[in-house]
Design a protein around this ligand. Structure first.
Ligand code: SAM
Length: 290
């Protein structure tokens, strides 16, 4: 059964009485070369346990099963579970969990299915929840080695963006703090059934196991980053005073003086290293951490 053939997909849907669910972001991959490229750039070997998010009808899952030691795939749509039982019946190293990935305890999955060397995550992600999924995965940087995912092209660009770019923001900084992102390839809407309205890209995040910047309190740094980009047109002291209760304009100004920055600077020009330095300076005054 060729799961990357649009006619086969339509036939499966007829037989099972299902259709592609927009609410679950179901755009199935029908391009063999893209499917092969995702598996290749995931660098999956027989030593690896792969976590796939959203197996859909199983086209990518079957390839991952052939390359990996073990695959565990989390699918929210219960209508697809009987389809996957059929399409993956020869994939003995593959387990399907019917759940919402955002409600899953990934550490529990790792303890049950992993082999002690960390997970590789691979997915053609549902675009409506790309950012929450990626941010959740990055919280598990101690047990995840790589995250190779198909995302909207504009999201891939935001993940890689640096200071000075309009695409630079809280997502760029979170991704770059926890990983090293590489865009692997661009993918056109024709590679999916049904076709999405946007261009796509495959991006690989090589998860860092050691921090790339020194910062006194990473959680506080991300509060500062979120407050900055929530009001990206304001000066940094104004944005932080509006966004973080208890932080004064004076205290932020003093920290900027130490850094040799103008008090009128906008946070959107700051590098990750500068956000880390600012955080550490603000942390010196414990009163400011509310
Ligand atoms: N992997 C398949 C492929 O490449 O053809 C399907 C990819 S499709 C873009 C996204 C898949 O994620 C769908 O199967 C959808 O049902 C599933 N999905 C959507 N939201 C999910 C969630 N919160 N948790 C787990 N799976 C989800």
């Amino acid at each position: 059964m060729n799961l990357s053939d649009g006619r086969v997909i339509r036939e499966i849907m007829n037989v099972y009485g299902i259709s592609a669910q927009k609410k679950y972001g179901q755009n199935f991959l029908i391009d063999d070369s893209v499917l092969d490229e995702i598996v290749e750039c995931s660098t999956v070997t027989r030593e690896d346990t792969v976590l796939e998010i959203g197996p859909g009808l199983g086209a990518l899952t079957r390839r991952l099963s052939a390359a990996a030691g073990r695959v565990v795939a989390v699918e929210i749509d219960k209508e697809l579970i009987p389809v996957l039982a059929e399409t993956l019946k020869e994939c003995e190293n593959t387990d399907i969990i019917n759940a919402d990935i955002l409600n899953c305890d990934i550490r529990e999955i790792y303890e049950k299915y992993g082999n002690g060397t960390g997970l590789k995550v691979t997915a053609n992600l549902p675009y409506y929840i790309t950012t929450p999924i990626v941010l959740k995965l990055l919280e598990y940087s101690d047990i995840i080695n790589t995250i190779t995912v198909m995302v909207q092209k504009e999201v891939a660009v935001r993940m890689q963006a640096g200071p000075g770019s309009k695409d630079y923001g809280a997502l760029s900084l979170a991704v770059q703090y926890y990983s090293e992102p590489t865009v692997v390839t661009s993918v056109s809407p024709d590679s999916f059934y049904p076709s999405p309205a946007v261009d796509s890209a495959v991006i690989r995040l090589d998860v860092r196991h050691d921090a790339c910047v020194d910062v006194a309190d990473p959680d506080y740094m991300f509060r500062i980053i979120r407050a900055t980009f929530n009001m990206r047109r304001k000066t940094l002291p104004n944005a932080l005073c509006s966004g973080i209760q208890g932080l004064t304009r004076e205290r932020v100004g003093e920290a900027l003086d130490v850094m040799g920055k103008q008090r009128t600077v906008r946070g959107e020009t700051f590098t990750l290293g500068e956000f880390a330095e600012l955080t550490t300076l603000l942390c010196d005054s414990a009163d400011n951490k509310i």
